[in-house]
Design a protein around this ligand. Structure first.
Ligand SMILES: Nc1nc2c(ncn2[C@@H]2O[C@H](COP(=O)(O)OP(=O)(O)OP(=O)(O)O)[C@@H](O)[C@H]2O)c(=O)[nH]1
Ligand SMILES: [Mg+2]
Length: 252
């Protein structure tokens, strides 16, 4: 199941979902978690549900509750519906649907596969200025890695494929971050619990339509939160993987 959080993605969603359903993946399901987008994204998601009956799922939340909780809600839904593999991606085409089969193809050997901007072969939008690139590279590949001691190069990557067992073992109820740091928290907990992580290079294109919300206060908060994560998970060990007692229901 592919989980897509949306807030004001009316111009992107239909094209994205169409591309996803034309991928050569059998029994693909798409779940949109929309936060009452004022631009009507939620209604578009409902139309798509009519167009792809049984395979398109929509969760409407009451307001803008944040990316992290949108993903947690979406992951829980996917697990409850028996999905064996769960993909997370943005709705704005920064994450090209064409990479999805490749992410999934490595899940037999890895617990999570990350679409990465900072491994060899990974690229960022050419329109990025050198200082924006430098700052992003520093934040991901240096700052977060140094403080948390994680291996993954793209600490804030939002394009990932998970085995269901990984999300079960992580125990989503321990995840607290809601903004950009959500991705870092997931990456940190994943590694601390000893899961096998593979990064494959992607080309990350800027959102096709709409405006970026990455402001200086948001960045500063993220920088501070990384220290908080280090403190909060200082004792986390592989042995603390959650054990799941309920078997998966019918497969999706
Ligand atoms: N449900 C939900 N989705 C959100 C929220 N904030 C962002 N999203 C979605 O999460 C994905 C990533 O958000 P973006 O706004 O693209 O974040 P970004 O890529 O760092 O910033 P941009 O430069 O604007 O693209 C997109 O699909 C958004 O629509 C939220 O509060 N709730
Ligand atoms: Mg984006």
């Amino acid at each position: 199941m592919i989980v897509i959080p949306t807030y004001n993605e009316a111009d992107n969603l239909a094209a994205l979902v169409q591309e996803l359903f034309s991928l050569p993946i059998s029994d693909l399901h798409v779940l949109v978690v929309d936060d009452a987008s004022p631009d009507g994204t939620g209604e578009i998601a409902e139309e798509l549900r009519g167009r792809y009956p049984g395979r398109m799922h929509v969760i409407h939340r009451t307001g803008k509750l944040g990316l992290g909780t949108a993903y947690i809600t979406g992951f829980r839904y996917a697990l409850d519906h028996g999905a064996d593999f769960i993909v997370q991606m943005d709705a704005d085409f920064s994450h090209s649907p064409s990479y999805v089969p490749r992410l999934l193809s490595h899940l037999d050997e890895y617990d999570v596969v990350v679409g990465s901007r900072y491994v060899p072969g990974g690229r960022l939008d050419e329109r990025w200025s050198w200082w924006r690139y430098l700052l992003s590279w520093w934040a991901n590949a240096v700052y977060a890695r140094l403080i948390l001691g994680i291996q993954v190069r793209d600490a804030t990557a939002g394009f990932k494929a998970w085995r269901r067992e990984t999300l079960e073992g992580i125990d989503l109820s321990r995840i607290r971050s809601n903004g950009y740091v959500f991705q870092v928290e997931m990456a940190y907990v994943t590694e601390k619990l000893g899961y096998r992580v593979l990064e494959i290079p992607i080309y990350f294109e800027d959102r096709r339509i709409g405006r970026s919300k990455m402001t200086v206060p948001v960045k500063l908060e993220a920088a501070w939160r990384v220290w908080e994560l280090r403190w909060r998970y200082r004792h986390l060990r592989r042995a603390e993987r959650a054990t799941v007692t309920t078997p998966a229901p019918d497969h999706l």
